[in-house]
Design a protein around this ligand. Sequence first.
Ligand code: ARG
Length: 465
Amino acid sequence: MSIQQKLWGGRFEEATDAFVEAFTASVDFDKRLASHDIRGSIAHATMLERLGLLTREELQAIVSGLEAIGAEIEAGQFPWEVSLEDVHMNIEARLTQRIGEAGKKLHTGRSRNDQVATDVRLYLRTEIDRICGMILRLQTALVDLAEREAATIMPGFTHLQVAQPVTFGHHMMAWYEMLSRDYDRLRDCRKRVNVMPLGAAALAGSSFPLDRDYTAALLDFSGPAANSLDAVSDRDFAIEFAACASLVLMHLSRFSEELILWTSAQFGFIDLPDAFCTGSSIMPQKKNPDVPELIRGKSARVFGHLFALLTLMKSQPLAYNKDNQEDKEPLFDTVDTLSGCLRAFADMMPHVRPNRSAMYASARKGYATATDLADYLVRRGTPFRDAHEIVGKAVRLGMESSRDLADIPLEELRSLSSVIGPDVYQVLTLEGSVAARSHPGGTAPDCVKRAVAEARVRLAALQGS
Ligand code: ARG
């Protein structure tokens, strides 16, 4: 392409260096924004016609031309040109090629600077809605599992050592809660994404009396950005999204780690479906939990993108700088990675099969009801510190003879404290221990069922909205 054919070629004498042309181009990746670019252009043109800057016929030609280009792109028949640099100039040049003079008027009162910022916001807004839907689907799978396993007992851990018995349903609802905060964070982030840069033009606004409220309404933005310099330059909304995405993936990586541990022979707490595992090329017995492992690993690239975006923005003077073209690949990969991980998780969880007897047997090891015995002594007037000491001795007694606390005869227990009575065995069983924790937020089966019911109300309300 000759320099005079470029949309900005007027003041140039020499052709762009061939390498520089390829180096500065973004079309290979920003063509992903095409449908949003077209939508933004149609809204902008509609507003221009309203102001009398385009005739009705010109607007009609622009709209039908852009729609035809949209169809061409969807059909994979659009002639993308690297020499036209980016998605914006590719579409604009094609429009003029198709409809002639009217196409040249589309860019009135607009710059690629406000155009690209608008496109990215439209894109991200759509993706946030889709991702939020995926979070709700995963949460639904967790609530289903929690309901089925509300009374299933497993060991709860601190320091990865058996601590106290909990219910598997309660454990699943812990992940549900984390994902609820992730969901809320994304909805909140969306408010700041959903502000319209159009009208800021290159940086200073436009000398035309643009009706920015009208364009914003056409594009379902909450309103136009209040400051033109800010509107074209800051990418904090993309950074905020990457931070929200990083938190989701931090949670999914922790959850993955548990699934990986639980499928090992050493734990044996759950079975993952074959469809989500792979074998080993050398060890015939292996069934590897690849999907959770990969999700755990993929969190790393999204944390990297968050840092890339922060570093990209850091120290940039106002207003637009070409640096910002580098926001797209990390942002797109953040969206793709997060979507893939959420989808894999939501598809996998309904097929996870808990091994109730293995979890129960594991909770029986490790003196998980020791705290319950201490609480029992306190209820009979023993100060907690003394109770702690007495139970420590009881645990030692059990360890010396490989017996659980519930298996030590009453006489032996009474030798440690005379306040112990025959009713002690009600608190020493795993069932008694979890049932006792029945306050809101507790692990008792009744509490899990209540938490599940509340979650279902929330999910129905959000899925309906
Ligand atoms: N491709 C550019 C980007 O992604 C579009 C805006 C270019 N603006 C400019 N003045 N060079 O940021």
